[in-house]
Design a protein around this ligand. Structure first.
Ligand SMILES: *Cc1c(COP(=O)(O)O)cnc(C)c1O
Length: 438
């Protein structure tokens, strides 16, 4: 198993209790409880607070975001174009504000990570560089997993097509075995041993959006490299959820969005990791733009694109400052709380939710997310055999937010920074007892 930051697990499952008082006490002892107040908690039309379990889709708003955006508006209003060099946070080097903080979130070196664009755009930029099908050797395919998020499928298919190849023939799929829901690492390794020489790029999701499975990134990356493939990861559901060590685990690239567990707002500016070994690779194709040019020569407006060393050399445009600002609020919270402590609480919260749901009489759900806490994060995916829609509606009418994936999966994601043990207790109560008069 890949090495993760060791965390204390002071609340083992055998100490859980289904008494409401247990949840209240767990919240009272929670060292991260104060961070809930750093977020705006959504309310219904009458101002009643909602219990929010959809941080895997859109994280809540850090209260500080408003003031930080107001500051940038004030700088714009006061300085005009001079805001690029003056003001509280000069815009010319604004993206560099995230060098350390964003790198910490994914366990990269500072020069390996840049915040820019949105996830799918970054995936396209990485495919331009890291998908180099070689017809002469027959290494032309991309390995994807099922179930896959549609955007990733579309992005990959469009690249295969743009190289004059047929996506139906040049995607290999790794799937759960029949009657299973999760992907086995040994099956990925076997596929890479059997078909590795046909595969140009392995592109998988770090945490699967549907099942919540946390993949063995390090092991699969090693197997991909051993088979001679490039390896990239979509970390949309992993960043801010799991501690990551991208530099050490060694993939060639990774991309992620910032509006899920990172709480940086709808359509927030996304992240991109390029491993140090590629920081200056002149043979890689890449799309050029002036913001990827070395900042010391950017304003010489030279004829030849002179890319900056490292991930920042993949930037295209000067960044949208107003859209980027909430990231500062969000990453500051993670810095204060620390990902290791967030993960420790997350294991307790999600472990507690699983335990409560497993107490439900008649097992109305099958939790398809891995049982082993090492292989899942916040999210539990509940395959509901009995009245899936009705149960989901019951949760909504009980002032709680989660989501539904047709035909019968309810996804719930208690997050360690703003959810409480009591939130989890109430959710489990409604999910389990909906048929008893809720
Ligand atoms: C959320 C998510 C996306 C969304 O893509 P955007 O470009 O941010 O709209 C893409 N892929 C995966 C795996 C996701 O979970």
């Amino acid at each position: 198993m890949q090495s993760l930051t060791p965390v204390n697990h002071p609340m083992p499952a055998d100490s859980f209790s289904s008494e409401h008082a247990f949840a209240v006490e767990a919240d009272r002892c929670d060292p991260l409880a104060r961070f809930r107040d750093a977020f705006e908690l959504p309310t219904d039309d009458r101002g009643q607070p909602l219990r929010y379990f959809a941080g895997n889709s859109l994280g809540l708003m850090p209260k500080q975001a408003k003031d930080l955006i107001a500051q940038e508006l004030a700088d714009w209003s006061k300085h005009g174009v001079d805001g690029h060099q003056h003001g509280e946070t000069a815009w010319y080097r604004y993206h560099e504000l995230f060098r350390e903080t964003a790198a910490t979130m994914v366990g990269s070196l500072p020069g390996e990570t840049v915040m820019m664009n949105s996830l799918t755009v970054n995936l396209h930029l990485m495919l331009v560089s890291f998908y180099q099908p070689d017809l002469s050797s027959g290494r032309t395919k991309i390995l994807l997993e099922e179930p896959i998020f549609p955007s990733d499928r579309y992005a990959v298919a469009s690249h295969i097509k743009s190289r004059g190849l047929d996506p139906n023939e040049h995607v290999l799929w790794i799937r759960p075995r029949p009657s299973e829901h999760l992907i086995r690492t040994e099956d990925v390794e076997q596929l890479l041993r059997d078909h590795g020489s046909e595969i140009s790029l392995v592109m998988l999701a770090g945490v699967n959006y549907f099942t919540g499975q946390f993949m063995e990134i390090e092991r699969i990356t090693r197997a991909g490299h051993a088979a001679g493939c490039m390896v990239g990861w979509d970390l949309a559901h992993a960043v801010g959820n799991m501690p990551l060590k991208l530099h050490e685990w060694g993939p060639d690239f990774a991309v992620w969005c910032s509006y899920k567990y990172l709480n940086a707002g709808p359509g927030a500016i996304a992240g991109c990791f390029v491993h140090e070994r590629h920081e200056e690779s002149p043979h890689l194709n890449r799309y050029g733009g002036w913001w990827g040019n070395d900042p010391s020569t950017r304003f010489e407006f030279g004829e030849a694109f002179d890319p900056q060393c490292g991930a920042e050399g993949w930037q295209l445009s000067n960044p949208p400052i107003l859209a980027m600002t909430p990231l500062r609020a969000s990453l500051e919270i993670f810095q204060q709380a620390s990902m290791a402590r967030a993960r420790a609480k997350s294991m307790q919260l999600t472990g507690y939710l699983r335990w409560l749901l497993e107490q439900a009489k008649g097992s109305p759900f099958e939790i398809i997310t891995p049982v082993d806490a090492a292989f899942c994060g916040c999210q539990l995916s509940l395959l509901v055999h009995d009245a899936p829609r009705e149960r989901f509606e019951a949760v909504r009418s009980a002032q709680m937010v989660c989501d539904f994936r047709t035909p019968n999966v309810i996804r719930v994601a208690p997050t360690p920074l703003y959810n409480t043990f009591e939130d989890v207790w109430v959710l489990a109560d409604v999910l389990s007892n909906h048929d008893k008069g809720h």
